[in-house]
Design a protein around this ligand. Structure first.
Ligand code: ADP
Length: 486
């Protein structure tokens, strides 16, 4: 590639906000490619590709049909339709076919149906680039749903001149999701089991490990998580493989949408505020206390949780720790739904402390803004956390996190005891209710000292959680890979 040619990057993902969002992956694909495009200017042409999910069709965004092309299967061929739209200035391709989409949900929640959908998506997205004759320098895949596109470059297209210069990055957002159940679909598409002796046997027809094996670079969504997955505790059976290939592994922390999450301009809160107008934050707390029927007292420390009620999030530790603090004055509001057992425990504990604890079991974006804005202390005792967005949002609202020192939480929160002057929150290491209880007690004590608490809030609210930081680091990797490929 000459120096005047733009680097072609295809960013492949299963979801992208606002077209389709199920979780944090949608946030990333909705924001990162656009930020990379703005940051890189003329150097990079980055485009996005996602399946044309039913939920996108229902929204009826302006799309243009580019055309139809086939992909080969054992039974013959599968016809795919390629559409194009725009997402925040990024050319975005939508892939459709009976197999990929079939008016399906983003995820079926069924291993073999999802396996088939995303195995076909992974092959079709490469064929789509051939169809439009757009040669890619970098394929940037995300999680197991597009990991097979990375493996396809080595297994199906190794000798194909069209992909001869294509390098691949695989970003891992959540290692335990391997894409089990795709083997039948893979065989049908002509994939062969990977013979890499470094992989465990169970991984030879499993999308995520195959992507890891084939990728030129592996990125996790925080340096902390990149270290942790090298250990048996966090490595999901792939730690041995990852230790052998550490040289291609690194971590880049995600960003948050600084316009959506801005206490100065937030339309969902009654009293916008900034570092210099923190008294308005207390008015938001009074509003929330009134709305939820809690005692209206701005001096009471308000604990908040905005989370999926999932075991990964360490929600059980909260229910175990909180009764030991019941003698102290505080309030707790938990917003989240998820595992039945945890929902039940949330209901039980709210019933046991009706004047202190409220559990709201729904997904409510507006209410989440109110909780971030009115809370004093944000609980996030995750057992593991590849990156985590909620703690960054909370800090932006001066809602000080008490979190487990794991993964991205370790990289985004500066612990009070490690660096009191620069601190933005409280971290604890133990995976136990005792650890959380001690950290909460520390936070409650420091909360009493208005001056020190203000310093924590000021530090937290001025931390840089922009996507630009992540974009610059990804660009660096794109440049390194492209130099090696030419
Ligand atoms: P994960 O992606 O593992 O669920 P993150 O911390 O990365 O966790 O992102 C969680 C996102 O989902 C945050 O934006 C948070 O505000 C939002 N969220 C979680 N639960 C709820 C809920 N019940 N209502 C509204 N927003 C929620």
């Amino acid at each position: 590639m000459s120096s005047t040619q733009k680097l072609h990057v295809l960013f492949a993902c299963s979801e992208a906000e606002p077209l389709a969002k199920v979780g944090g992956l949608g946030d990333v694909a909705g924001a990162l490619p656009a930020e990379i495009m703005r940051t890189a200017g003329e150097q990079v042409d980055i485009r996005l590709i996602i399946p044309f999910h039913a939920v996108i069709k229902q929204k009826n965004p302006p799309v243009g049909l580019i055309g139809s092309f086939p992909i080969k299967t054992k039974a013959g061929q599968l016809l795919c339709d390629l559409y194009v739209t725009d997402l925040d200035g990024v050319i975005t391709y939508l892939l459709d076919s009976d197999g990929i989409n079939h008016n399906s949900p983003v995820y079926y929640g069924d291993a073999s149906l999802d396996g088939r959908k995303y195995a076909q998506f992974s092959v079709a997205l490469l064929e789509a680039m051939r169809f439009i004759d757009w040669q890619i320098n970098i394929l940037h895949a995300n999680d197991w749903h597009s990991a097979l596109a990375v493996y396809a470059l080595k297994d199906l297209y190794q000798a194909d001149p069209f992909f001869i210069h294509t390098k691949a990055i695989l970003t891992v957002h959540n290692l335990p999701y391997n894409g089990f159940g795709a083997d039948a679909a893979m065989t049908d598409l002509g994939f062969t089991p990977c013979r890499d002796p470094d992989l465990p046997d169970w991984a030879r027809l499993t999308p995520l490990p195959l992507g890891l094996a084939a990728a030129d670079r592996i990125v996790t969504v925080s340096p902390g998580y990149a270290e942790e997955i090298l250990t048996p505790d966090y490595g999901c059976g792939l730690d041995g493989f990852l230790r052998l290939h550490q040289e291609k592994l690194s971590g880049i922390v995600n960003g948050i949408d600084l316009e959506k999450w801005n206490p100065e301009t937030d339309e969902y809160i009654g009293h916008p505020y900034s570092i210099d107008r923190l008294h308005s934050k207390q008015l938001n707390k009074l509003d929330l206390q009134r709305e939820l029927g809690l005692e209206m007292n701005p001096e009471l420390p308000l604990f908040t949780v905005v989370s999926r009620l999932d075991f990964q999030k360490g929600i059980g530790l909260i229910f175990d720790a909180i009764p030991d603090l019941a003698h102290q004055n505080w309030q707790l509001v938990i917003l989240g739904t998820g595992a039945k057992e945890l929902e039940e425990r949330a209901r039980d504990i709210a019933a046991a402390y009706p004047h202190k604890i409220i559990s709201i079991q729904k997904y409510d974006d507006v209410l989440s803004h109110k909780l971030y804005a009115s809370g004093d202390i944000f609980l996030m005792p995750s057992l593991y956390e590849p990156c985590g967005l909620s703690q960054m949002i909370a800090m932006r609202y001066g809602n000080i996190p008490v979190a487990r020192a794991t993964g991205g939480l370790k990289n985004t929160i500066i612990d009070f005891y490690a660096s009191p002057e620069n601190a933005t929150g409280f971290l604890f290491a133990e995976k136990s209710a005792e650890g959380l209880k001690n950290a909460l007690e520390s936070a409650l004590n420091v909360f009493k000292n208005k001056q020190i608490w203000y310093r924590l809030q000021r530090n937290a609210m001025s931390a840089d959680f922009s996507w630009r930081r992540s974009a610059l680091q990804y660009l660096q990797i794109y440049q390194e890979l492209s130099q090696n490929s030419i």
